[in-house]
Design a protein around this ligand. Structure first.
Ligand code: FAD
Length: 284
């Protein structure tokens, strides 16, 4: 299939990227693993493309002041390695293996996945679950937003058209935290449902819990009722089952969702939450 004609510019600095984005008419090309498909589908939204791959300094990956700073050109596959330590590194390593396949992971970027905001993508749910902060640079200056407020719906975010998503700050996880991730994937390239958990245990009791759900709503969902059940409890089977039941008490993810579809999604969320939490317990 022929692609629609589009203008292409390979930027060499952030300033050049921002100048190209200033009129709100250009698209950023990072890993190209979603954008190129859209362009191939003759998506009229991408008439001008600014390639950021030659911009120096966008491949930052550094731990600083309790956060992992991830630049716009850090590829998915970086997280397969031991580049990130601790419980955060454990979670990133287990999640990344589920994203596409090796060539997708070699080119695609974590921040590109945030900007694309596919409702079933793994990284956006990870960012919301951990309480990440996202840094946007635009012609009017920079701003930082929480991941929870960044994702506003399927394929929509709080990013303004003139902004480059320049960095993510993922909180490192305290000592005594263990993580788990489970997903249900059949024929689709994205998961049908997935759950991730980061649980902190001190003196035999759960002192902090973060549980996130993938494809359980128009944007990533934090299962707060499930988290509240776990905090203060021992990590026993009954607590895991009760938390999984609470996570499954989700609303219909989109208007007009049929009752049978909602029930199937709730069953999938219950199962994946139970699996993610069991994985956490096995790692302790
Ligand atoms: C076969 C296949 C299977 C896949 N499976 C999965 C999967 O299982 N799970 C999953 O999560 N993803 C999956 N993906 C998508 C993949 O993870 C992409 O890499 C990701 O969605 C986008 O990252 P990218 O760097 O390739 O972005 P690009 O394709 O370059 O860009 C995507 C969009 O984001 C914008 N953008 C990118 N970077 C920035 C930035 N820094 N600032 C502002 N805007 C930006 C672009 O303008 C574009 O609109 C799959 C893709 C394919 C082709």
């Amino acid at each position: 299939m022929k692609t629609a004609a589009f203008e292409y510019l390979a930027a060499s600095s952030v300033d050049e990227v921002l100048a190209e984005l200033a009129d709100g008419e250009a698209s950023v090309l990072a890993g190209g693993q979603s954008l190129v498909l859209d362009v191939t589908k003759q998506d009229a939204a991408h008439r001008r493309v600014v390639d950021i791959n030659r911009v120096a300094g966008l491949d930052t990956l550094v731990e600083e002041d309790g956060s992992l700073r991830v630049g716009a050109l850090v590829r998915h596959r970086t997280f397969e390695s031991e580049a990130v330590g601790g419980a955060l590194g454990d979670l990133l390593r287990v999640v990344v293996r589920h994203i596409g396949h090796p060539p997708i992971r070699a080119r695609g970027t974590m921040l590109g996945s945030f900007a694309y905001a596919h409702p079933a993508a793994e990284w956006p749910a990870m960012a919301v679950t951990l309480g990440a902060r996202l840094v946007l640079a635009g012609s009017q200056g920079s701003r930082t937003v929480s991941a929870e407020s960044f994702f506003t719906g399927p394929y929509t975010t709080a990013r303004r058209p003139d902004e480059l998503l320049i960095e993510a700050r993922l909180p490192t996880l305290p000592a005594g935290t263990y993580t788990g991730y489970a997903e249900d994937r059949r024929t689709s390239i994205y998961p049908q449902a997935a759950a991730m958990a980061a649980i902190t245990v001190t003196g035999g009791l759960i002192t902090a819990a973060r549980i996130g759900l993938v494809n359980a709503g128009p944007c990533p969902v934090r299962a707060r009722a499930a988290e509240n059940i776990l905090v203060g409890s021992t990590f026993c089977d009954a607590a895991i089952l009760a938390a999984a039941d609470a996570a499954a008490m989700m609303d219909a993810p989109f208007p007009g969702c049929a009752e049978a579809d909602l029930k199937a999604r709730q069953r999938a969320v219950r199962l994946q939450t139970r699996r993610a939490l069991s994985q956490v317990r096995e790692r302790m």
